[in-house]
Write a protein that binds this ligand. Structure first.
Ligand SMILES: C[S@@+](CC[C@H](N)C(=O)[O-])C[C@H]1O[C@@H](n2cnc3c(N)ncnc32)[C@H](O)[C@@H]1O
Length: 194
């Protein structure tokens, strides 16, 4: 699972990788193993205890304490102008549609053209509206969304979406589902969450 998720991490150059919901850091280690030495690995975690754990055990990861919904301002504060890959293990199915959309809008603005995103989706929750909202949200923001098979040996069983070619849709300019493609913003900015 961690190896599959980290496949979107470029293995050469100086990529910027953002991990959302790193938790205890098991996926962080797979990202670090793949990331070139010139790359940057930023992890956004909302739980203060886990942030302290990650900073203590993985000092090479730039762990940012905050909500993924505020990704734009967190990255701006860290001096990041664009992201090459996003690896996400947020609990999407329990976040709710509004929160999901707010986070995905932030990701859509942060990623560079050619960036990839990978994310876990719990297989036991795949019939819940939260899981369907996630698939729709990914389809609207990426040109290609590839679901993996269910990985039964994961606890709990889960699947991975690998998404490529961000659609560059500015959610402020186009209602969800339209094909409007305004020019890409040149700097990160806060997106409205309503
Ligand atoms: C399923 S766990 C991640 C598991 C992780 N891969 C591990 O090895 O521990 C989800 C994580 O997302 C974090 N999280 C939940 N909502 C978040 C949000 N809005 N912003 C950032 N982190 C969030 C939780 O605190 C938790 O650590």
């Amino acid at each position: 699972m961690a190896a599959l998720l980290s496949r979107v991490v470029p293995s050469s150059g100086a990529p910027v990788v953002v991990e959302l919901g790193p938790g205890t850091g098991s996926v962080s280690d797979a990202i670090s193993a793949r990331l070139p030495t010139a790359g940057r690995h930023l992890a956004v975690e909302v739980d203060g205890g886990l942030v302290a754990h990650l900073r203590r055990t993985r000092p090479h990861v730039e762990t940012l304490c905050g909500d993924a919904e505020k990704l734009g301002s967190l990255l701006t504060a860290a001096g990041i102008e664009g992201v090459d890959a996003v690896v996400c293990t947020l609990p999407w199915s329990i976040l709710g549609a509004t929160k999901q959309r707010a986070i995905l809008d932030q990701v859509a603005v942060a990623v560079l053209p050619g960036a990839g995103l990978s994310t876990v989706a719990d297989s036991h929750a795949r019939w819940l509206s939260g899981a369907r909202d996630l698939r729709v949200g990914l389809d609207r923001r990426f040109d290609e969304v590839i679901p993996s098979r269910i990985i039964w040996r994961n606890v709990p069983p889960a699947m991975v979406y690998v998404c490529r070619r961000p659609s560059l849709v500015d959610p402020r300019a186009a209602p969800h589902g339209t094909s409007s493609r305004p020019a890409r913003p040149t700097e990160l900015r806060e997106m409205p969450t309503t």
